[in-house]
Design a protein around this ligand. Structure first.
Ligand code: 4AD
Ligand code: MG
Length: 434
């Protein structure tokens, strides 16, 4: 039996007989020759079938193969500069695992389909080269984030998904009926990260988070994945340094290891090559000035809309850190600036090329009395926050961190115009299936 080889490794077997397991991607016929393209999730290889070189039933079997039928192919690997990828497979045998009947063909054909059709067939659409490229880059981004934090002494500590407490405002909460008290799906692991940081110093969590936002934009999912580092004995500047280093290293890693996927997506890599540190850092005040100069209606005190984030992101040639927003438009836990209590020691990172906010975070209130006051002002149920207040009762320290939305980063690095393609099975206001 010839060895089973993944298509990405086939070129290492020139001159040898191998077996490839996969699916028929495409089939071209030219007289006494067949040119089937096979894919196996690691690559695509062109087979060559010469009529007089194989048994007649094998030639017919291959000639009748339908798109996405599953197969085991045996053949000899031949280097050929004209072939896609520089190699071809001279097919000697093919076993059909499942032949898709032509009366019920694979629904996604090489012709153009509308986005709703593709989203309805997301479970199959994932097999396309484009989606596979996005999945590969998503994986690389996640791995790069984890490596960056692991290499700097952060401990991954998982945070719960069912929570009794609000983190990011009551308008986007998913309520869950089950527990005796009110429960929600988590909006962020941050509050638990703060407890974990007091236990291990530097921590991060990485998991799904939920927002019941009624927004239907190209940047919003109802379920998205967030990586959230948190550090004890840290201030706003430490969070900004970490955010900058993390994002720069993620971009570098994708450029190093995922050129092929970026090419499949026809991503212009020049703006990514440019994402070297330091990133510009501006205050909210400066951001408002830039926005006004560029036609925004924003007034000091207002939150940035999607359009404002786009203007700011396009104003700079790499990610920009915007710090010290008015406390009134930020979450209850933000530490006020001692020199200017009306602004919070918070930061958002906005991606270039109009991708908007990819990171939000900052320094947390460490004082018990102030935190209690903010919980009461926000009319949050104190009972649900008693454990969180304990962190300020027992050995409180300055601490800071942030959350980075993985899908926003994938959309930006891949150059996609909507986050729906950045996650295998997106959940949005009008999308629960597949
Ligand atoms: O700015 P946000 O709401 O911050 C927090 O949740 C903090 N508690 C995180 C922390 O400090 N540990 O969300 C952080 C990031 C945003 O910058 C964005 O990248 C992403 O999460 N995000 C979303 N991504 C997709 N769809 C949504 N609906 C998102 N909401 C936030
Ligand atoms: Mg935010």
């Amino acid at each position: 039996m010839p060895p089973v080889v993944e298509i990405r490794h086939v070129s290492q077997h020139a001159g040898q007989e191998v077996q490839v397991q996969g699916w028929l991607f495409n089939l071209r016929e030219s007289g006494k020759l067949l040119f089937p393209l096979f894919r196996d999730g690691t690559g695509i290889i062109q087979g060559v079938v010469v009529k007089k070189a194989v048994a007649p039933e094998i030639f017919e079997r291959i000639r009748n193969l339908t798109q996405e039928s599953s197969v085991r192919v045996t053949g000899t690997v031949r280097a050929d500069a004209r072939a896609p990828g520089g190699i071809e497979l001279d097919v000697s045998d093919l076993e059909v695992v499942q032949q898709i009947p032509s009366e019920q063909p694979y629904p996604i054909t090489p012709k153009d389909h509308g986005i709703e059709f593709l989203m309805d067939h997301r479970h199959l659409w994932l097999r396309s080269s484009r989606q596979r490229a996005i999945l590969g880059i998503r994986h690389e981004i996640i791995k790069a984030c984890r490596d960056y934090l692991d290499d700097r002494g952060f401990t991954l500590v998982d945070t719960p998904i069912f929570t009794p407490a609000v983190c990011e405002g009551t308008t986007s909460l998913f309520e869950v009926e089950y527990f005796e008290e009110k429960a929600y799906l988590t909006q962020s692991g941050q509050l638990y990260n703060e407890a974990n940081a007091m236990a291990v110093g530097k921590t991060y969590c990485f998991g799904p988070t939920f927002r019941a936002e009624k927004s239907k934009t190209r940047r919003h999912l109802t379920e998205f994945w967030m990586i959230e580092p948190e550090m004890a004995f840290a201030h706003l500047d430490d969070a900004m340094d970490l955010a900058e280093g993390l994002v720069a290293s993620v971009v570098t890693r994708v450029l190093e290891r995922r050129r092929g996927e970026l090419a499949v997506l026809e991503r212009n890599t020049a703006p990514l090559e440019n994402c070297t540190t330091p990133f510009p850092r501006i205050s909210y005040d400066e951001a408002v000035m830039i926005l006004k100069e560029n036609g925004s209606e924003i007034e000091w005190g207002g939150d940035f809309g999607g359009g404002d984030e786009t203007i700011l992101g396009e104003h700079f040639d790499r990610p920009v850190l915007v710090h010290r927003y008015p406390g009134a438009i930020k979450a209850f836990y933000m530490e006020p600036d001692a020199c200017r209590p009306e602004v919070a020691l918070c930061v958002d990172m906005l991606a270039p090329e109009g991708y908007g906010e990819i990171i939000g975070g900052g320094e947390r209130i460490s004082d018990y009395d102030l935190l209690l006051k903010r919980i009461e002002e926000a009319k949050l149920p104190r009972q649900a926050f008693e454990w969180y207040l304990d962190l300020r009762r027992y050995g409180t320290v300055p601490h800071a961190g942030f959350g980075m939305g993985i899908e926003r980063v994938v959309a930006w690095i891949c150059g996609l115009d909507h986050v729906r393609e950045t996650i295998p099975f997106p959940r949005m206001l009008y999308r629960l299936t597949p």
